[in-house]
Design a protein. Structure first.
Length: 82
């Protein structure tokens, strides 16, 4: 976790598997302004890096597939963060 390694002292971590952290510690981590984004899943914190152009293209294609299935008049809509 770039820039916030001191949050969990002396723990080894692997970017693929996350860092063990309590929910309270995670709330403290994300309560400070940072250019980094994190996600807490089942007690592990993951660094959420920005997307690549390839990822964006795949996400746009998946969204278009959903839109074509949902139609324009139904109660469901797609949403993708930019």
């Amino acid at each position: 976790m770039k820039g916030n390694q001191g949050v969990v002292a002396n723990l080894r971590y692997d970017d693929e598997y996350g860092i063990p952290m309590t929910e309270e510690a995670f709330e403290n981590l994300v309560s400070t302004e940072s250019p980094y984004r994190y996600e807490w899943i089942d007690g592990l914190v993951y660094d959420m890096t920005g997307s690549s152009p390839e990822h964006s293209a795949i996400a746009a294609n998946v969204e278009e597939l959903f839109r074509s299935q949902l139609g324009k008049t139904g109660p469901c809509r797609t949403h993708r963060e930019q």
